[in-house]
Design a protein around this ligand. Structure first.
Ligand SMILES: [Zn+2]
Length: 150
């Protein structure tokens, strides 16, 4: 059985979230990945040739809009993980991708201009590191709770 839960780039204001799924095996994760890839076929932002079945974790960012209102959905991506591949290296790697996506969403959808554009600026770095660290911590807490490190 896979575990499925949400993590929040901003814990205090839980308006946006990533879905996390932890699969029992790489094989099951790849089957799921192929099915979402199929579902998002028409979405330009996804480079379909980019990933073969050679990853041990995957951050799958997106922005979905409600047709009627063009309002963006609160779910802004998925993180795919699998049992046996839950090291801090993998978790922080995927959370870094997710954090960068979140920052893009803040800037482009919410016009939050207090985040500097240049990743080399300390102000940008601080936002990135805070969000990344917080999401990694949420992941670790949840994985511990669900017994993945026993
Ligand atoms: Zn990566």
């Amino acid at each position: 059985m896979a575990s499925c839960f949400k993590i929040y780039p901003d814990k205090k204001n839980r308006k946006l979230y990533f879905m996390v799924t932890v699969w029992d095996s790489k094989k099951k994760m790849y089957e799921f990945y192929d099915s979402i890839e199929e579902r998002f076929k028409e979405c330009d932002s996804i480079d379909k040739n980019k990933y073969e079945h050679n990853f041990v974790g995957m951050s799958f960012p997106y922005r979905l809009y409600i047709k009627k209102t063009m309002k963006m959905r609160q779910e802004i991506g998925q993180i795919l993980l699998c049992k046996g591949n839950l090291s801090s290296e993998i978790l922080s790697h995927e959370c870094t991708h997710a954090a960068l996506h979140y920052i893009r969403v803040l800037k482009e959808e919410y016009k939050e201009n207090n985040i500097y554009d240049n990743p080399l600026e300390i102000e940008y770095e601080e936002v990135l590191c805070y969000v990344q660290g917080d999401m990694t911590q949420q992941l670790v807490n949840k994985l511990y709770k669900e017994g993945y490190y026993n």
